[in-house]
Design a protein around this ligand. Structure first.
Ligand code: COI
Length: 366
């Protein structure tokens, strides 16, 4: 559902209830991940007849939704994740927002939601971050996590694509997704649950995929693991992705491998950036099927030297071990691998303005 829309102008409705400077300082001293929300939210409404309209930045707060709103019943929802980074000169930048805008529209197509023009997506992010500038942290490894999302707001219980929708962006100051210092994580192998099936919504960033990951994620946490690994049991246990991030393998010969986009894997913006950084370093970069057997054998033989998770929230996080009731592959106490750490530093350096932005990935917000 593409809509030709004239440029949307955002009006800002000032908040009468700003978080105090003292409270903000306490939050920014230890932001955590996803625990605190800023003063404002950006909103654009859509109706089938009127298209995108009423673009505004308004005070952050609860959404008034009809109890029959179809998002509450049929889960017609999609979302995105990107970050705003503070550079040394005080300016604020984001990373490849047009890639998030394009992915939002691929997700919208799959979930029968309206596509949002890229200019409106980026305009909403700019307007929000300009209103919430003081919330962008300036400490190493910290950022303002931006969460755009689209929900079906029409009050109607028939099962069909909604005729009224709302797009919103909220923001939350963020440190390390996994808390504390960066260290290799343990991952739980999900044998009983799949994330996505053929023809399903695996390639879309929709809430339903994450809802399906929560029960195996509980299992993971009960077994001391930070994330769950999903396999495709119909395809030789091919590695798909983790509950909320993609997976990469570094081979002894310098090859960088990540599971190919099979239709059920999310095309991460960090995933595609890591592929590019690998190519820039002259690494042999390959998107292909990689199975749990190859993972096990590769670690045992030393062919696979490092494994890492990547995503906007996770950045690049080394994986020390994967395990389930039957086996453990890797070493949870091994230090972070050299390639994982240097790719992480390069990526964060580009995002925070200390490493040259060779690919024009940065977009200034404020
Ligand atoms: C992101 O990395 O932005 C995600 O949406 C994944 C989630 C773990 C927060």
């Amino acid at each position: 559902m593409t809509q030709s829309t004239t440029e949307l102008a955002f009006t800002t409705l000032p908040s009468q209830n700003l978080v105090s400077e003292a409270e903000l300082a306490v939050i920014l001293a230890n932001p955590g991940f996803g625990d605190h929300f800023t003063d404002y939210t950006a909103v654009i409404d859509w109706t089938k007849d009127g298209g995108w309209q009423n673009a505004r930045v308004e005070p952050y707060g609860p959404i008034a939704l009809d109890p029959a709103a179809s998002v509450l019943h049929y889960g017609q929802e999609i979302f995105e994740g990107l970050k705003a980074y503070r550079h040394a000169d005080g300016s604020v930048w984001t990373f490849r927002p047009e890639a998030n805008a394009a992915r939002l529209n691929r997700s919208a197509q799959r979930l029968a939601l309206p596509e949002l023009p890229e200019s409106a997506f980026i305009g909403a992010v700019e307007a929000l971050v300009q209103a919430d500038q003081r919330w962008v942290p300036d400490q190493d490894g910290e950022s303002l996590y931006l969460r755009p999302f689209m929900i079906a707001t029409e009050a109607f219980l028939g099962v069909r694509a909604a005729h009224a929708v709302s797009f919103r962006v909220i923001a939350s100051p963020a440190g390390n997704y996994f808390g504390g210092e960066l260290k290799p994580i343990s991952i739980w192998i999900s044998r009983n649950y799949a994330r996505a099936g053929r023809g399903g919504t695996g390639a879309a960033k929709c809430g339903g995929n994450y809802a399906a990951s929560l029960l195996p994620q509980l299992e993971a946490e009960a077994n001391g693991c930070k994330q769950v690994l999903f396999l495709d049991p119909t395809n030789d246990n091919a590695v798909e992705e983790l509950g909320g991030m993609n997976v990469f393998f570094v081979f002894k010969d310098g090859t960088l491998v990540t599971p190919e986009l099979s239709g059920s894997i999310l095309e991460g913006v960090t995933r595609s950036s890591v592929l590019q950084l690998g190519r820039d370093r002259g690494m042999n970069v390959v998107e292909r099927k990689i199975t749990l057997d190859e993972w096990r054998e590769g670690i045992a033989s030393g062919e696979i030297t490092e494994v890492f998770a990547c995503g906007t929230a996770a950045v690049i996080t080394p994986i020390g071990e994967i395990k389930d009731e039957q086996e453990s592959i890797g070493d949870p106490t091994a230090p972070a691998g050299e390639v994982s750490v240097s790719l992480r530093e390069e990526l964060l350096g580009i995002q925070t303005g200390t490493v040259e932005d060779r690919h024009g990935w940065l977009h200034r917000l404020a």
